[in-house]
Design a protein around this ligand. Structure first.
Ligand SMILES: Cc1cc2nc3c(=O)[nH]c(=O)nc-3n(C[C@H](O)[C@H](O)[C@H](O)COP(=O)(O)OP(=O)(O)OC[C@H]3O[C@@H](n4cnc5c(N)ncnc54)[C@H](O)[C@@H]3O)c2cc1C
Length: 383
């Protein structure tokens, strides 16, 4: 796997940084369901988490493909960026739709690491994938909004200062289109009352939580862009999210393939390497082919995104193919390791659990397929 890749210096820097965070570090965090604070701090200090923030606000001012290279390399090195990747994709909403005052108030501190923007509250227990049915309300009272409702799966809320929140500002029965009447807020969680955060233990270490809003007051200055247009803002950020998560999947696939092929070459059973058997070789070779194909789709989507297009088709295809590629590679790697694949010290079982998430979040495979069927191929809408 030594074909030419973009951003070689960034990749080398990340790969070097990741050597300080070997499997034993992640195994300990995993066992304790602990947040990898040291890892996030090292990335912040290295300037990597501010890659997408414009230089005028203290960031590196790089395009999204640089962010993708950073996340891919973290995952290829056996680490996990889930503890901090949201800073990259939530950034787009603030950059594109935030006011100059909001940008100059928050971005420099996010860039130097004194402020964390890691939490993104969209999903709710009762609405699920049907985002426009969300029930959290933000009612305007004078120069403030009063927020009531609940979010679920708001990851990293306990390790973030800011929360990008989607809430309904006009009741659904008072808008013509169900996508209208939703608004986005940048909530400074350090300065609010009426917010309760409860952590959720999950099958992998993900620092995810439930949020409860009980008359939580926020100033009107927390509103991003125009009131009622929030769904559109979030949607444009979702393509960026899909591309960045796809890059993580490619990184995971590369880690699994490399781990599987080297184990297959070393492990001897019946006095010969198991990798000499085509039954062992072929699933790994197939996973590699799938990964390379998915990677091409991702590159095309990143290219279009950087040209200023809104590549819905390509972003959805990339997410589908990259998540499938990482899952095939995970399966091949675990199978190649036989019983040892289940042992904590090999890291395969941990990465296997982590890779499974991307079939469901941030968007599930079914919803990607329904986008392709209905919006690309023109078949009747299912919902
Ligand atoms: C670890 C973790 C971290 C997360 N982090 C965040 C976060 O930080 N912020 C946030 O807002 N959300 C987050 N999420 C939520 C995530 O985006 C959702 O779980 C995901 O979008 C699926 O929604 P749901 O769980 O409500 O599933 P549901 O919508 O209840 O769907 C359940 C199943 O039914 C299928 N389904 C539903 N409707 C259809 C349909 N019309 N056609 C075909 N199939 C359908 C889905 O594909 C899925 O497989 C996270 C989730 C997890 C597990």
């Amino acid at each position: 796997m030594n074909y030419r890749l973009d951003y070689p210096e960034i990749r080398e820097g990340i790969s070097k940084l990741c050597t300080d965070f070997p499997g034993a570090y992640w195994q300990k965090c995993d066992r304790e369901q602990a947040y990898p604070s040291e890892f996030v701090k090292a990335l912040t200090m290295g300037g990597y988490l501010s890659a997408l923030i414009p230089e005028e606000y203290g960031g590196l001012g790089l395009p999204i493909s640089a962010g993708a290279a950073i996340l891919e390399e973290i995952h290829r090195s056996g680490c996990n960026a889930a503890a901090c990747h949201a800073q990259m994709y939530t950034m787009g909403t603030v950059l594109r739709h935030g006011s100059d005052t909001q940008k100059s108030e928050f971005l420099p501190s996010i860039a130097d690491g004194t402020l964390r923007l890691q939490a993104f509250g969209v999903t709710e227990p009762t609405s699920g994938t049907d985002t426009t049915s969300l029930r959290t309300r933000a009612d305007r009272v004078g120069d403030r909004y009063i927020v009531n409702g609940q979010k679920i799966w708001t990851s990293r809320a306990e390790h973030s200062d800011l929360l990008l929140l989607l809430a309904r500002t006009t009741p659904r029965d008072q808008v013509t289109k169900k996508t209208d009447g939703l608004s986005v807020f940048l909530v400074d969680m350090r300065r609010v009352d009426g917010l309760t955060i409860r952590s959720i233990r999950t099958m992998m270490n993900h620092a995810t939580t439930e949020l409860f809003f009980d008359d939580m007051e926020i100033p009107e200055s927390a509103l991003i862009g125009e009131e009622g247009k929030g769904f559109k803002y979030i949607l444009s950020g979702m393509n960026a999210e899909r591309l960045l998560i796809s890059a993580e999947c490619i990184g995971d696939a590369k880690w699994f393939i490399s781990k599987a092929s080297s184990y297959a070459s070393d492990r001897e059973v019946f006095q010969r390497p198991i990798g000499q058997n085509q039954g062992v070789q072929f699933p790994i070779a197939r996973a590699y082919s799938q990964m390379r194909g998915a990677e091409l789709m991702l590159r095309e989507a990143l290219n279009l995104y950087e040209k200023g297009e809104n590549p819905g088709e390509e972003a959805n295809l990339a997410k589908l193919l990259c998540a499938d590629a990482s899952w095939s590679a995970a399966e091949a790697c675990l199978q190649t390791h036989g019983g040892f694949g289940f042992a904590e010290e090999y890291d395969v079982e941990r990465k296997f659990r982590e890779a499974r998430l991307y079939q469901v979040a941030p968007i599930s495979t079914n919803l990607l397929l329904s986008y392709i069927a209905e919006h690309v191929l023109g078949m009747p809408r299912s919902y």
